[in-house]
Design a protein. Structure first.
Length: 85
């Protein structure tokens, strides 16, 4: 999956929660006040299920989930990383 496809999926998911706001790829959803702790967990779950990834404790940094670009970057890094084993 390309970065563009990842960003489109992430943007589509976020758009369902922020109707009427044209969220830009680099907009900080935390500073905009759009995210509470429950939504943050939903976002992690979405990323895991949508992209077939496991989000590890070390991935749970706010900077990895701050924007569409940040989430897509996390997905790209996780997909590119060799599986631990």
């Amino acid at each position: 999956m390309s970065t563009r496809e990842s960003k489109d999926k992430i943007a589509g998911y976020l758009a369902r929660f922020f109707p009427g706001h044209d969220l830009k790829e680099d907009e900080d959803i935390f500073s905009l006040g759009f995210v509470n702790s429950m939504f943050a967990m939903q976002l992690v779950t979405f990323v895991e299920h949508e992209f077939g990834l496991t989000i590890e404790n070390e991935d749970l940094e706010i900077d990895n989930f701050r924007s569409i670009n940040a989430i897509a970057g996390l997905v790209g890094r996780k997909v590119a990383a060799p599986a631990a084993g």
